[in-house]
Design a protein around this ligand. Structure first.
Ligand code: DX5
Ligand code: ZN
Length: 214
């Protein structure tokens, strides 16, 4: 069974409070929050003030996906809210230092790779990772098509973790729907990030339950 981390990027923000309550009632495992700075990715989303309101409103653990340049500068700010605090391997901060900083604030780490980054590039950091996020689209926008190359990366990461005896959750993000989500779970994904496929559904709670059963 997969864990579900709904991405609110797919939500109507005026309905966000209601959506959080619905997701809390169906016990989704986490809530995925996409922070974009318009530099690391060509889009701007939201930052700490919005996350502060969400944190006050819900008990769902927050899975914060930083798509920002040199994320080490902002770890302290976002650590206040995060259960899992994720940043990109490609974003220009020292990886070990950033992973250590996240742990020093009592959060779990999530090292994230873009579609053009090989899984092997992050093998050396896995001992410090609580979760790894494999992007299955170019980060920046919801509603894109799933890139099947993510499946091989999930398999490679799963095999490496098994071989080294590491307990790292594997998360996948981008273009996940019922069909691609199933393939991801078969390839070793533990956590599915779902944005548009979830929030465009007629019943958010029914759809969330379906994903959690994958
Ligand atoms: C994209 C974000 C995703 C996005 C996924 O950069 O990281 O979390 O919201 O949206 P869908 O599920 O629509 O691809
Ligand atoms: Zn994301």
């Amino acid at each position: 069974m997969a864990k579900l981390s709904p991405s609110i990027l797919g939500c109507d923000y005026l309905e966000l409070g209601k959506a959080c309550k619905v997701l809390e009632e169906c016990s989704t495992d986490m809530l995925h929050l996409d922070v974009m700075d318009g530099i690391f990715v060509p889009n701007i989303s939201f930052g700490c003030p919005v996350i502060d309101s969400i944190k006050k409103h819900t008990s769902i653990p927050l899975d914060i996906h930083l798509m920002i340049d040199r994320p080490l500068r902002y770890i302290k700010d976002f650590a206040k809210y995060a259960d899992y605090l994720g940043f990109h391997y490609e974003a220009g901060s020292d990886i070990n230092e950033t992973l250590d900083a996240i742990h020093s604030f009592g959060c779990k780490t999530c090292l994230t790779i873009k579609p053009n980054t090989k899984a092997e590039a992050i093998f050396e950091y896995l001992p410090k990772c609580d979760m790894v996020l494999v992007m299955s689209v170019e980060p920046g926008f919801g509603g894109q098509s799933f890139m099947p190359s993510a499946l091989d990366k999930l398999r490679a990461l799963k095999a490496e973790c098994l071989e080294k005896g590491l307990n790292v959750l594997l998360e996948v993000d981008g273009g996940v729907n019922e069909e691609t989500g199933k393939l991801c779970v078969e390839a070793g994904a533990d956590v599915l990030v779902v944005g548009s496929a979830l929030f465009k559904a007629e019943s958010l709670s029914e759809k969330a339950k379906e994903y959690m059963a994958l």
